[in-house]
Design a binder for this molecule. Structure first.
Ligand code: ZN
Length: 694
C-alpha cells in the first residue's frame, strides 16, 4: 500500500513553515524543473549519499540499475499498445526533420511528455486516455519522414521498405494494422485505463493489460475457484500474471524469466545478482536470492517467503522494493504492477517513526475500534524514514511519499510489515511549493493560515507516519473472512482505515507525551487541511464532469463528506460562501475528532466483517460524486493560480568509477539530466521487451 502525494494543501502551503533544520540545508538545489500540461517536474536530492561506504554505494549502484529495467513491463501492463506507440513517437522525437515550432509538433511533443509521465497513453491518476491535439495526417507524415533504417527495436528492424511501395504507404499500413490510429485518435477505444464505474464490466471496460478476452465474471470465478477458505496462509492469486482466454480456455500467462516479460525479468535478475555480494548481511542476501527464485519460478508461495524475509530484514541501512507490488492498476485489485525504489535510512528522522512503532500496541489497544476487530498482539511494525536514491516502474516519475509492505494480510498479521516515509521526496515537494498562493486562495482566514504555517509540516509528516506505520498494520479480519470480500471497494476502504487511524491519533494527548507535536493545538492544522482537501481542493485533480475514481481520492472524499454530513446537526464543519467563493470552516475540532473516531470504528467493522454492501454504501454515497457547480468554482480558482496539480520526479544519475580491472572504486551522483533526455536514455538503455507481448 502506498500514500500517493501528500494531501494537496500540504504540498503547497508550506511557504513560510520550513523548520530550522530544513532551512539550514536550503542551498541552491534545483527542486523545480519543467512544467507542461497539468504536470510539474521536480528533482529530489540524495542527501548524504557521499557519506555511505563504498560497499553501500556499490550495492545501490546495481540496485538502481535493476530499478530501471522493469520500465517496459509497466508500459505493457498499462496498455497493450503502449510500447508500440512509445516507439513510434520516440522515432519522431529523435528524427523529425520538419518544423519543431509548429503547433502540431508542439501538441505531439506534449502528448509524448505526458505519455512518458504516465508510462502509457492514459492519465496516471485520472486514468482517462489522452486526447491528441495533432491530427492523424500529421502523425503519419511525421512518422513517414523518419528514414526506414531507424525503424529498429532491440537491434532488429520491425518495419522495412518494400520495393515498389512508397514508404509513406508502408508506414500507414503499419499504423493501421497495429490498430494505432484507433487507439490514439478514437476517444471510445480503450477510453479508461482503470474503470471503476459501477454497473459495468470492469475488466472489459478497463484498458489496462491484465486480462485479455475474459469478462469480469469469468475472472472472478477463475480466482474464486482457486481459493481454499480454510487456508490460513492464502497466496495472492493472480498477482503475477495476465489472465487470458485461448481456444476457449481461461488460463494465466505468468510473468517469469522464461514466461511473459521474461526478457525484462532476466535483465533484472542479472542486476540483482551483481548487487548480491554487496548486500549488508547474510539475511539481506537471502532476501535477494528469494526474489530471484520468485522471478524464475513465479511460485506464489516463494513470493510470500520472499516478503517474509524482506519484512524481517530491518537492520541494513540500504533497502529496496523491486517487483510486482501494488494492485491499483487492476480494477479487480488482484494483479500487481511492477515498481522499484532503492533507498537508505535517514537515521535522524527515523527516531520519530521508531517512537510510534515502539508504542504500536498502545495505539491498537486505545483505538475507538470494537475489541473484536483489534489485534491482541501487534507484530513487528518496523517504521523508518528513508532517503530515496532511485525510483522506477510504477513509482516513477509520479511517486509515493509513504509505503507499507508487504500487502498480504496474513503475512502482515503473522510477520509484520515495513513502513516507510520518504523524507527527501516530501522535502522536495515542500521546497518546490514555496509561495504558490494556494493557501491564500483556499484557506478561510489568516489565523488558519498562520496555524497551518506553524504546524502543517510536522503534523503532515506525523499523519503520514501514522497512516503507514500504524494505520495499515492495525486491526484484524474476523476468522473466515476473505481478504478480497470488498472487491472493487477494498482499496478505498483500506486507505480510509489508515487515514482515519492517523487523523484520530494526531489529536491524541499521547502525541505530546511522546514529544511528537509541540503543543495541543497542532493537530488543528491537519484537521483543517484534511477537510479542505477532501471537500474542496482535491477536486482540482479531476476534470469537470468526471466522478472520483482513484482509491486515495475516494477515501478522502468519503471521510470528509461523511464527517461533514454527520456533523451537520452540531455545526461541526461548515462550507462558508464569501464573495462567490466556498471555504471550509471547522467550528468544533474536538467534535470532529469524535467523528473521525466513529467512522474509523465503522470502516474497521466493514473491513473486519468483509461487509461488501456496507463498503459499497459508504463509498458510493460519500466518495464518488461531485457537485458540478462547486467543482467548476474550485477549478476556476485553481486555474488562476497557474499551478500544476500533479508532480513527478526526474531521477538522479549514478556513475560508477572503475579501476583498470573494472572494480568499482566510487559512485558519483549527479542531477543535471533533462526530463526528455532521461526518458530517451531509459528507452535506449533499458528497452527489454518486444513491442508486442502476447
Ligand atoms: Zn495507504
Amino acid at each position: 500500500m502506498k500514500t500517493i502525494y501528500r494531501m494537496m494543501a500540504m504540498t503547497t502551503l508550506m511557504a513560510a513553515s520550513l523548520t530550522s533544520a530544513k532551512a539550514q540545508t536550503d542551498h541552491a538545489f534545483p527542486y523545480s524543473d519543467e512544467r507542461f500540461a497539468d504536470l510539474q517536474m521536480l528533482r529530489y536530492e540524495v542527501k548524504d549519499f557521499d557519506k555511505l561506504t563504498l560497499r553501500q554505494k556499490t550495492f545501490i549502484f546495481y540496485l538502481q540499475e535493476a530499478a530501471q529495467l522493469g520500465r517496459d513491463i509497466l508500459y505493457d501492463q498499462n496498455g497493450k499498445y503502449n510500447l508500440r506507440i512509445r516507439k513510434a513517437f520516440e522515432l519522431i522525437y529523435e528524427h523529425y526533420a520538419g518544423d519543431r515550432t509548429d503547433s502540431q509538433y508542439l501538441a505531439f511533443e506534449e502528448y509524448l511528455k505526458r505519455m512518458w509521465f504516465s508510462n502509457g497513453i492514459h492519465h496516471h491518476y485520472g486514468c482517462e486516455k489522452f486526447v491528441p491535439a495533432f491530427t492523424r495526417e500529421w502523425l503519419l507524415d511525421a512518422l513517414a519522414s523518419v528514414p526506414s533504417k531507424h525503424f529498429t527495436h532491440l537491434g532488429q528492424p520491425f518495419l522495412t521498405e518494400t520495393a515498389g511501395t512508397p514508404w509513406r504507404q508502408t508506414v500507414d499500413g503499419w499504423l493501421a494494422d497495429n490498430n494505432l490510429y484507433e487507439v490514439i485518435f478514437n476517444p471510445d477505444v480503450l477510453a479508461k485505463r482503470v474503470n471503476l464505474a459501477s454497473g459495468q464490466d470492469l475488466v472489459l471496460t478497463s484498458a489496462s493489460n491484465y486480462y485479455d478476452g475474459v469478462t469480469q465474471q469469468e475472472a472472478e470465478d477463475f480466482y474464486m475457484a482457486m481459493k481454499d477458505p480454510s487456508d490460513p496462509h492464502p497466496v495472492m492469486y493472480g498477482m503475477n500474471s495476465r489472465l487470458v482466454k485461448r481456444d476457449g480456455k481461461i488460463q494465466e500467462l505468468r510473468w517469469t524469466t522464461d514466461g511473459l516479460y521474461g526478457a525484462a525479468l532476466r535483465r533484472i535478475v542479472e542486476k540483482l545478482e551483481q548487487a548480491l555480494p554487496y548486500a549488508d548481511d547474510k539475511e539481506q542476501q537471502a532476501v535477494i536470492e528469494k526474489l530471484i527464485e520468485f522471478y524464475r519460478t513465479g511460485d506464489l508461495h516463494t513470493f510470500d517467503d520472499y516478503t517474509i524475509l524482506w519484512a524481517g530484514n530491518t537492520e541494513p541501512l540500504v533497502d529496496f522494493v523491486n517487483g510486482f507490488t501494488e494492485c491499483y492498476g487492476d480494477p479487480l485489485g488482484l494483479k500487481c504492477s511492477w515498481e522499484s525504489i532503492v533507498n537508505f535510512k535517514d537515521l535522524e528522522a527515523t527516531k520519530r517513526t521508531e517512537t510510534l512503532s515502539r508504542n504500536a500496541q498502545w495505539f491498537e489497544d486505545n483505538s475507538p475500534v470494537d475489541n473484536r476487530f483489534k489485534k491482541s498482539e501487534v507484530k513487528g511494525i518496523s517504521a523508518k524514514v528513508i532517503t530515496a536514491a532511485m525510483l522506477g516502474g510504477d513509482l516513477y516519475p509520479s511517486t509515493a511519499i509513504g509505503i507499507n509492505l508487504p500487502n498480504s494480510d496474513w503475512v502482515r498479521k503473522e510477520h509484520g510489515s515495513k513502513s516507510v516515509t520518504i523524507g527527501n521526496l516530501t522535502e522536495a515537494y515542500n521546497m518546490a511549493a514555496k509561495g504558490s498562493g494556494f493557501g491564500k486562495e483556499f484557506v478561510i482566514s489568516q489565523e488558519m493560515r498562520d496555524l497551518i504555517d506553524k504546524y502543517g509540516d510536522v503534523t503532515d509528516d506525523l499523519h503520514t507516519d501514522l497512516h503507514e506505520c500504524l494505520g495499515h498494520g492495525s486491526g484484524r479480519l474476523l476468522d473466515g473472512v476473505d481478504s478480497d470480500s470488498l472487491k472493487a471497494y477494498g482499496s478505498t476502504i483500506e486507505e480510509a482505515r489508515a487515514d482515519l487511524f492517523g487523523l484520530y491519533y494526531v489529536a491524541d494527548p499521547k502525541m505530546q507525551e511522546l514529544g511528537l507535536v509541540p503543543d495541543a493545538e497542532a493537530y488543528k492544522a491537519q484537521y483543517y487541511t484534511y477537510m479542505q482537501n477532501g471537500l474542496l481542493t482535491q477536486l482540482v485533480r479531476i476534470q469537470l464532469g468526471n466522478d472520483i475514481e482513484e482509491a486515495h481520492m475516494r477515501n478522502r472524499a468519503l471521510i470528509a463528506h461523511w464527517c461533514y454530513e454527520q456533523g451537520k446537526a452540531d455545526n461541526v464543519v461548515e462550507l462558508v460562501r464569501r464573495d462567490g467563493k466556498t471555504y471550509v470552516q471547522v467550528n468544533d475540532f474536538a467534535k470532529l475528532r469524535t467523528l473521525f473516531g466513529r467512522l474509523l470504528a465503522e470502516i474497521q467493522r466493514v473491513k473486519s466483517e468483509g461487509d461488501y454492501a456496507g463498503a459499497q454504501a459508504l463509498v458510493e454515497t460519500y466518495g464518488v460524486k461531485i457537485d458540478p457547480e462547486l467543482h467548476r468554482e474550485i477549478l476556476d480558482r485553481y486555474t488562476k493560480l497557474n499551478l500544476a496539480p500533479y508532480k513527478g520526479f526526474i531521477n538522479p544519475v549514478y556513475t560508477a568509477q572503475r579501476d583498470a580491472d573494472g572494480n568499482i572504486t566510487d559512485v558519483v551522483v549527479t542531477y543535471g539530466e533533462s526530463y526528455a533526455g532521461q526518458m530517451m536514455r531509459y528507452s535506449r538503455e533499458n528497452a527489454t521487451l518486444p513491442l508486442v507481448n502476447e
